[in-house]
Write a protein that binds this ligand. Structure first.
Ligand SMILES: CC(C)(COP(=O)(O)OP(=O)(O)OC[C@H]1O[C@@H](n2cnc3c(N)ncnc32)[C@H](O)[C@@H]1OP(=O)(O)O)[C@@H](O)C(=O)NCCC(=O)NCCS
Length: 170
């Protein structure tokens, strides 16, 4: 299998990321992700992640082609995963897991207490996948105000069956 290399993004990577996000979004059933919700992350937010060194890309070792990315930001004492996408024809080969490992390592290095995200509870490559990587459903949203804000914004857009999850270092 082609080796995958995860690294922090460079400015040259930015322009490739919306197309990856768009392709990955096509995996969602239209019931779950209505067309009007399928906008890509604003480039300005990608640039903020670049500046903060909280934007990672996964590239294939042989070609150096970028095939996935993860955008995070620090929210309180958490590293929050705002977006994570892998090209559909490269999915299911451990790329997402390697990106998560980068988030876990960064959170520990930065002295943060958790890694957080919101996701669909019922799609096999969303909540069940994160649960197998050590994430748990958030019991008290009041402990993570940014997650309550994210869930409210997603509900306002018409997204349903969204859940907030958290990972703590052991
Ligand atoms: C979520 C995502 C980034 C994971 O990336 P990935 O490279 O496929 O991740 P991995 O290969 O490490 O693991 C994929 C997991 O999903 C599971 N899975 C279930 N259905 C799958 C499918 N149709 N295709 C691929 N993986 C699937 C795999 O079994 C695997 O879990 P396991 O290793 O515990 O069995 C990728 O699926 C994606 O881009 N999805 C669309 C966008 C998205 O959902 N983003 C995250 C929103 S919170």
């Amino acid at each position: 299998m082609t080796p995958i290399h995860v690294r922090t993004a460079t400015a040259e990577d930015i322009e490739r990321l919306p197309a990856i996000e768009q392709s990955a979004a096509a995996r969602f059933p239209s019931n779950d992700l209505p067309t009007h919700c399928a906008q890509t992350t604003p480039v300005e937010e990608l640039r903020q992640g670049l500046a903060a060194k909280t934007l990672w890309v996964a590239e294939e070792g042989t070609t150096a082609q970028v095939i996935g990315f993860m955008l995070c930001r620090v929210e309180g004492s958490s590293l929050h995963i705002a977006e994570m996408d892998v090209l559909p024809d490269r999915a299911g080969r451990g790329v997402g897991s390697q990106l998560l490992e980068a988030a876990f390592a960064a959170a520990i290095r930065m002295g943060l207490r958790s890694v957080t995200l919101t996701t669909f509870e019922h799609l096999a490559w969303n909540a069940p996948f994160y649960a197998r990587r050590g994430f748990q459903p958030v019991a008290h949203l009041s402990d993570f105000p940014h997650l309550g804000v994210a869930l409210q914004a997603e509900a306002a857009m018409g997204l349903q069956r969204r859940v907030a999850m958290v990972w703590h270092p052991v």
